[in-house]
Design a protein around this ligand. Structure first.
Ligand SMILES: NC(=O)c1ccc[n+]([C@@H]2O[C@H](COP(=O)([O-])OP(=O)(O)OC[C@H]3O[C@@H](n4cnc5c(N)ncnc54)[C@H](O)[C@@H]3O)[C@@H](O)[C@H]2O)c1
Length: 342
């Protein structure tokens, strides 16, 4: 049995990844490390609790002693690194913790892995040759795009992060790159667009829209609502990570995106239409009435859109969900979640 260290799995993407990965690979023992910050919830992983190949450890990726202990205790043979501070608004209010977790935490994990797996630069210890470090990153490292639909982020797009969040993720990507170049370490990076789906934290756009609708409260939309994001259903991201972890080329970066560009206004329009049908308001008015424009986010990137040609052509990845199919599943999941709590 091979032990793989997964970090940040009590959060949104990690907690969708773990059940998928556990079921697909019966030969893996998954060690899950998460600090359980405000963003991590153990109930996200409830379905895995009784699985003997799943182990949860509460701890900080910045704690070197703990990381060394975990590598030794479980003889870690691979890392998939999700843990991060991930909310742009929080990074504007409190950037320090983003640098601490996203930059220093990534460095600590990577450095411990390098020393545990390798004898010296470019020489892996006997038996450890296949060990791989997969860093989960974001398309936000590339900055913002023009409105020209042909303008897309590729793996060659120069980094130009605009928020403390994206700058901290860009920094962590650079540290990974340096360990490939300097030590010949077997690392891969995936830069993904905006995810949506079950288990996302209440603070993010789509859960906020649904929550506010159900509470009959104003739905806050930044600026003119015309900022564009490229939306990917979370399970399609998980499948892309699986593919890159197992078949990606050492030292390479792969962009993952759903070719589903939407403005924030289109998102809110779609969700309110679905809710109008599935869960009509008592006054029979549309939820659209609740849309309220609020002061724009500082440094708000205008448009993100991914060119996923590389992962599609080289590794055969395809998104299974379109936005129209994924958003229905998502709304159904949150309707159940929020109803249960009301
Ligand atoms: N959500 C998206 O749309 C998106 C898109 C592209 C890339 N990403 C990247 O994917 C990864 C996961 O994102 P997410 O949306 O699931 O984030 P999330 O905020 O939902 O979860 C992050 C998890 O990391 C944990 N964590 C935070 N600091 C930690 C620390 N110091 N030590 C250990 N654990 C810690 C939290 O407790 C939480 O469980 C991040 O690296 C993020 O940058 C996210």
């Amino acid at each position: 049995m091979k032990s793989i260290l997964l970090t940040g799995t009590a959060g949104f993407i990690g907690s969708n990844f773990v059940p998928y990965f556990l079921e697909k690979y019966p030969e893996y023992h998954l060690i899950n490390l998460d600090l359980l910050t405000y963003a991590g919830k153990l109930e996200n992983l409830k379905e895995c609790e009784d699985n003997p190949r799943y182990k949860f450890i509460k701890g900080d990726i910045c704690n070197r002693e703990l990381i060394e202990f975990i590598f030794n205790e479980y003889d870690i043979r691979g890392v998939i690194h999700f843990a991060a501070e991930s909310h742009v608004d929080n990074s504007i209010k409190n950037p320090g913790v983003f640098v601490e977790t996203n930059v220093n935490g990534t460095f600590t994990l990577l450095d411990v892995a390098q020393k545990y797996w390798m004898d010296k630069p470019f020489i892996y210890k006997e038996d450890y040759e296949g060990c791989r470090f997969h860093h989960i990153s974001t398309d936000e490292v590339y900055g913002t795009l023009s409105d020209d639909p042909n303008d897309l982020f590729t793996e060659e797009t120069p980094y130009a992060p605009n928020s403390p969040y994206s700058a901290s993720k860009a920094s962590s990507d650079m540290i990974i790159r340096s360990y490939v170049e300097t030590y010949g370490m077997n690392c891969v990076i995936t830069n993904c667009s905006n995810n949506y789906g079950p288990k996302q934290h209440d603070e993010k756009l789509i859960p906020t829209i649904i929550r506010k609708c159900l509470a009959g409260e104003a739905i806050p939309i930044y600026g003119d609502g015309k900022n564009i994001r490229d939306w990917l259903y979370v399970l399609d991201h998980c499948k892309g990570i699986d593919l890159v972890y197992h078949t990606g080329k050492k030292g390479e970066t792969y962009n993952i995106g759903g070719r589903n560009e939407r403005t924030n206004l289109q998102i809110v329009d779609t969700i309110t239409s679905i809710l109008d049908e599935k869960n009509p308001r008592e006054n029979n008015k549309s939820y659209k009435e609740l849309i309220t424009f609020v002061e724009d986010r500082a440094g708000h990137d205008r448009r993100y859109a991914i060119d996923a040609t590389k992962i599609e052509n080289e590794l055969g990845w395809r998104a299974d969900e379109t936005f129209d199919t994924g958003i229905i599943k998502t709304v159904d999941w949150y309707l159940k979640k929020y109803d249960q709590k009301q």
